[in-house]
Design a protein around this ligand. Sequence first.
Ligand code: SAH
Length: 370
Amino acid sequence: MSETGAAQTTPLEERLIDLIKLKGPITIADYMSDALGHPHEGYYMRQNPIGEKGDFTTAPEISQIFGELIGLWLVEAWQAMGAPESFNLIELGPGRGVLMEDILRAARSRPGFGKAAQVWLLETSGRLRLEQQKRLKATEAKPLWADEYADISPGPSLIVANEFFDCLPIRQFERIKSGWRERLIGLNEAETGLAFTLASTPPPPEFQLPEITQSDVGDIFEISHPIQTFASEICDTLNEHGGHALIIDYGHMERGFGDTLQAVRDHEYWAPLASPGRADLTAHVDFESLAKIAIESGVNAHGPVTQGRFLDRLGLPLRVETLCKGKDEATAQEVRAGAARIAAPQAMGEIFKVLCLSSSGLPTPAGFES
Ligand code: SAH
């Protein structure tokens, strides 16, 4: 993808310029929260961003096989938990509801699963909630929606999050000669637009940034407090009530340096500060830190493994052949092309990782065997 497109000044940008003039530069996290989640002007609130017709597409939107394999994985995980008669099937950031629809269809192979599952959808966008409601109407699930994780009633849980953690706000720190400085968003010289700047004082020690000796001038280090909070909340659920959380996202296996903040609009890269509210903003997920939070809280962390490897282990090739059987050549080609996009290394197979957090005492879930 190339970075293209003419930026327009958006109402949100004007609001942010006024705010910065008044109070000074804001954090990247504040910018992301507003650009994505502002109740009127936020990206997820204003339009339907997902799918071929939206700005970006996701694995469940590309191939039904993605959700079907995850559905069968969930059934197996539920059985390994002793098939509890009631449990929470939670999806974080369900988009248009396609993944949950595919999960529920595949899981019909074990009728007890659907009966036992209380589907919970954590979603902030009213527009996307409506889409989810429409799509899931035909299923036997009677979903409940939550604005915040704490609204979900406690219980044994199977949690799925696909491309959810990457849209949670991050903060960035840049290494200068004397130490770390937070990268903030201020104004350009003419005060007509947004521009990156650096804080004038060092961040507080509780940010636990890497040692100066282990970094070079110009390095960027990212931290996401909302990811840390979600991870802790999920681990509390798993520790208290048992279950698994399957987290699938763009990201890196190991903590490192780099600026991963990126914007996408109409399937093209976009400058992150251009037209806030009109482009999707994401950052790569730091899977090492996520796994560390889990392990420190007593939860087991399996993986991360690459998405391609995970799907292959769950039987992607066989599922492709089953779906192609008896189909005309064009349909079969489409099924194969979709499967290749979600699993091939040069497409989504390598850059996307899968991490499973599991309460202690449960067997290693499928796809994570060493
Ligand atoms: N999982 C979907 C969509 C990913 S897009 C798919 O794979 O197609 C991110 C989703 O997370 C959207 O539904 C968005 O509205 C939702 N979202 C973003 N930030 C959120 C937050 N803080 N709380 C709840 N939902 C959020």
